[in-house]
Write a protein that binds this ligand. Structure first.
Ligand SMILES: Nc1ncnc2c1ncn2[C@@H]1O[C@H](COP(=O)(O)OP(=O)(O)OP(=O)(O)O)[C@@H](O)[C@H]1O
Ligand SMILES: [Mg+2]
Length: 335
């Protein structure tokens, strides 16, 4: 019998973990674990844990083990990853998989070593690390093997990464902590200041996804949500419009523009002219925000476009990178 090793690409995201193999997405689950506080025992993982968020009894805590793209809770991450790998491998995990895990651009060697160890601890035979923008560029098939420049922006839940790539490498890049959670925070602050009402992060995220936009839309939508009066603490409903959300998001979106501009500033001019011709690829969940392509096109003066598989391209690219690891040798992280 031939020895068959699974080769999994794993996008370990702040909000979502995605696992792919060959050209197929095998799993997408929230990067969340539910823990019984007293015994420090993990009881639910992924979607089942997220479903408990805000609804679980006080004895249970729902934890996001990654913050801003890096591991904040080592043991919980290892346990979650082991759970997810078993889920895609089935109960008969005879041959331990070879995995390629993504890490944000610019993390420290201590942080990347933690990811490597978590990968090994989760039951894998061999662990490789790839920077997220490189994996995403492979996943969306940008022509990065040539010397001409390509730009990709990953708008994630925890971080935004901007990168210029050529010759299978990252030429210039930067990571900022302004991700989707920061956009949600912008909405929370806006609702508190304008209406004196406190709302939670899940509600802010729903507003962003259902009626939100980066630029004003022809059709304004309205959504009513339940909050808490800032002064009395009593429940208070509040109606918000698309215009409200657009206003609430301008400050964090401005931070995103700044980081992209910083990367463009340190990119050689020859590559900039390629990028102007080809446009800037947008991926990650934040790329689904209505009008964000228009907003960035206008702010940067370079056309920005949404890729085909914004939520899964990074995991698909990581899976692809396993077979290309010789070509990518110089670009993969060593620990
Ligand atoms: N339709 C939508 N409009 C706006 N934002 C969205 C939409 N769908 C998802 N998002 C946001 O995308 C973010 C999650 O994106 P993604 O799954 O790419 O992040 P991640 O990979 O887990 O995080 P990171 O890459 O920062 O570690 C969340 O903040 C979510 O609110
Ligand atoms: Mg991501």
């Amino acid at each position: 019998m031939p020895v068959f090793t699974r080769e999994l690409g794993i996008d370990l995201g702040t909000t979502t973990t995605t696992i792919a193999e060959n050209n197929e997405v095998l799993l997408q689950e929230p990067t969340v674990v539910a823990i019984v506080i007293e015994e420090q025992k993990m009881v639910e993982w992924g979607q089942a844990a997220k479903d408990m968020d805000g609804r679980a009894p006080e004895s249970i805590e729902v934890v996001r083990p990654l913050q801003f793209g890096v591991i904040a809770e080592y043991e919980i991450t290892e346990n979650l990853l082991g759970f997810l790998i078993k889920k895609v491998s089935g109960p008969m995990l005879i041959f331990r998989p070879r995995i390629m895990i993504t890490v944000p651009y610019g993390i420290t060697s201590v942080e990347s070593r933690a990811v490597h160890e978590v990968g090994l601890g989760s039951g894998s035979r061999e662990v490789f690390l790839i920077q997220q923008p490189l994996a995403a560029a492979l996943g969306v098939d940008l022509p990065i093997s040539t010397p001409s420049g390509n730009m990709l922006i990953s708008l994630g839940g925890g971080v935004t990464q901007a990168a210029v790539l050529a010759m299978n490498s990252i030429i210039s890049a930067d990571t900022s902590r302004t991700g989707g959670l920061r956009l949600d925070e912008g909405i929370i602050n806006f609702v508190r200041k304008k209406y004196g009402v406190i709302i939670g992060q899940p509600t802010a995220e729903q507003l962003k996804i259902r009626i939100g936009a980066a630029v004003l839309q022809e059709q304004q939508q309205i959504m009513e949500v339940q909050g808490q009066d800032q002064i009395t603490g009593l429940p208070k409903p509040v109606s918000l419009s698309t215009g409200d959300i657009v206003e609430a998001l301008q400050e964090p979106l401005g931070e995103i523009v700044n980081i992209i501009q910083r990367v463009l500033e340190k990119t050689p001019p020859e590559l900039i002219s390629d990028i102007i011709d080809r446009g800037v690829a947008l991926c990650g969940g934040g790329a689904l925000l209505r009008g964000v392509d228009k907003y960035l096109t206008k702010s940067l003066g370079i056309p920005a476009y949404l890729v085909d598989e914004p939520l899964t391209c990074t995991a698909l690219g990581a899976a692809r990178a396993i077979g290309m690891r010789d070509v990518l040798r110089r670009s993969l992280l060593t620990t």
